[in-house]
Design a protein around this ligand. Structure first.
Ligand SMILES: Cc1cc2nc3c(=O)[nH]c(=O)nc-3n(C[C@H](O)[C@H](O)[C@H](O)COP(=O)(O)OP(=O)(O)OC[C@H]3O[C@@H](n4cnc5c(N)ncnc54)[C@H](O)[C@@H]3O)c2cc1C
Length: 289
């Protein structure tokens, strides 16, 4: 299997990359870690005229902290994010989620931005972005814009990104130190995409929940934010939370589908239990601490 012929460019700045994307008029494709794109090229399911390799653009790599939150450059390797001390200290749920993304080999090349941009509905990182309230930074020759992760995904593998736009980074808002994290997924084998998964964070003040970010993956055509479940948790004391009722509310916000891995009904059944168990266990551990 060989890809169709294409030109290859490796710009060293965002501006240069955006110029190539604009001039290609929709015929260019961005190459990040290549873990999804290379097979698509080899199978000729993707046939760009120009491949824009973003791996030599310094602005796109690295993880930094600012007043607005924690920014992950789009071309940051998943393995680097996984071992990053700032993320481990401030966004531990993202690190936990990254452990479930593919394998050592895929994480060594795969990028955080590649996963976010691809928009696989069963992927862990897009769900983290949606649940935790992240925003996606986008650049083009027309300028820069920022889109809330909840607005970024419009369908399976579909986002609001225009063909001439480049994702430059993802910014996660700060969550207070000591917040509760939730992560649970069911996959057929380690490293597989999840059949069903949930992710979230809860902030506390005086023993009550003051902020909640909860989301699903593998439970619909996009990552899903469980807003009704979040609203129901606000103001509740840890020992008064009914995890089953919250899971039921969260489930009402999903639209799981049948595919050759599992039926929608199976996903609902597992999702309900998995969500309730993750919530119950996280609250019990915190109460005991
Ligand atoms: C065996 C295997 C198992 C995997 N398991 C999992 C899993 O369990 N969970 C999971 O979440 N993922 C999984 N993946 C996916 C993988 O981890 C990568 O996240 C994914 O392939 C995309 O990242 P990438 O950097 O390789 O992007 P690429 O393959 O380079 O690009 C993917 C797509 O995004 C576009 N793109 C990439 N970056 C940008 C950007 N900055 N701006 C605009 N467009 C961009 C590309 O043009 C392309 O269309 C698996 C992959 C493999 C091969």
């Amino acid at each position: 299997m060989k890809p169709a012929p294409f030109d290859y460019v490796a710009p060293t700045s965002v501006e240069e990359a955006c110029k190539v994307l604009a001039e290609a008029g929709g015929g260019a494709t961005v190459l990040a870690g290549g873990q999804t794109l290379m097979p698509l090229l080899n199978l000729r399911m993707s046939q760009p005229f120009v491949l824009v390799d973003i791996n030599k653009i310094p602005e796109l790599s690295g993880i930094s902290r600012s007043e607005n939150g924690i920014r992950i450059g789009a071309a940051t390797r998943q393995c680097d994010a996984l071992s990053n001390a700032l993320l481990a200290a401030e966004l531990p749920v993202l690190v936990e989620a990254l452990r479930h993304v593919g394998h050592h080999q895929t994480r060594n090349r795969g990028t955080v931005g590649g996963s976010i941009t691809l928009g696989e509905p069963a992927a862990e990182q897009p769900a983290c972005a949606v649940a935790l309230g992240a925003s996606i930074e986008i650049a083009s020759v027309r300028g820069r814009r920022s889109v809330a992760a909840t607005e970024f995904y419009v369908g399976p593998f579909m986002t609001v990104l225009e063909p001439d736009e480049l994702v430059t980074g993802i910014t996660f808002p700060h969550w207070p130190s000591g917040h509760i994290t939730l992560f649970r997924e069911l996959a057929q084998r380690p490293g597989d995409f999840a059949l069903v998964g949930m992710v979230g964070a809860l902030a506390l003040e005086g023993g009550s929940i003051t902020r909640a970010g909860l989301g699903w993956f593998g439970m619909g055509g996009t990552p899903i934010r469980a807003r009704a479940a979040e609203a129901a948790l606000l103001g509740q004391a840890l020992d008064s939370v009914n995890a089953d009722a919250i899971a039921e509310l969260a489930l009402s916000e999903c639209a799981p589908f049948d595919d050759h891995h599992a039926s929608a009904e199976y996903r609902r059944t597992v999702g309900r239990r998995l969500f309730a168990k993750a919530l119950r266990e996280a609250l019990t551990v915190r109460e005991a601490a």
